[in-house]
Design a protein around this ligand. Structure first.
Ligand SMILES: *[C@@H]1O[C@H](CO)[C@@H](O)[C@H](O)[C@H]1NC(C)=O
Ligand SMILES: [Cu+2]
Length: 186
């Protein structure tokens, strides 16, 4: 009886030891996401977007978005961009990605506003004379990188004016799926 109890306890200790993480003292690196744009039919927008978890000075959690996008024609135009619900880029018009990522079922808005879809990341800066934009550290409060992993990012033809229901941003020029990024290269 006692021997059997000791054996059972031994088994529990072994299980507990093998389950203990070897690197318990190392903080887990936070995943960053990467999205490589492909143009929808009839368009020529290409680019790469990264999404990194960040915390604002006031303690708000969110993400910082970097992007380098070309083919935003005509030149000097402002294009809305959003996280859309599904990572399905099988439709050549971008429509298989569904609507904006909006888990709370609220109304549309822009990142500075009090109410908005979580996928409402606003507008790109105006494209330059060549139709390109480079974005460094576009802050989006309350968006969580791990919640958008596997969803799509859409670049629209028109400016998101914040209007209902989806900002009047027009056709979808390019789409990509947010995936796990490798180690930072810069
Ligand atoms: C943006 O991408 C283009 C190629 O598409 C590259 O030539 C350029 O160096 C990139 N710019 C930045 C700031 O990464
Ligand atoms: Cu959109």
């Amino acid at each position: 009886m006692l021997a059997r109890l000791a054996a059972a306890l031994g088994a529990i200790v072994v299980v507990a030891l093998s389950a203990a993480p070897a690197d318990a003292d190392c903080p887990k690196p936070k995943p960053s996401l990467i999205c490589v744009l492909a143009p929808t039919a009839g368009n020529s927008v290409h680019g790469t977007i990264t999404v990194s978890p960040a915390r604002h000075r006031d303690g708000t959690k969110g993400v910082l978005i970097n992007a380098n996008i070309t083919g935003l024609l005509p030149p000097r135009t402002v294009h809305g961009w959003h996280v859309h619900e599904f990572g399905d880029v099988s439709a050549d018009n971008g429509k298989a990605t569904g609507g904006h990522y909006n888990p709370k079922g609220v109304v549309h808005g822009l990142p500075g506003g009090t109410v908005r879809h979580q996928g409402d990341i606003g507008n790109l800066p105006a494209s330059d004379d060549a139709g390109s934009v480079v974005v460094q550290g576009h802050w989006v409060p309350k968006l969580r990188a791990k919640k958008v992993l596997g969803r799509a990012l859409i670049i629209h033809a028109l400016t998101d004016d914040g209007g209902q229901p989806t900002g009047n941003a027009g056709a979808r020029l390019a789409q990509c799926v947010l995936g796990v990024a490798g180690p930072a290269k810069d």
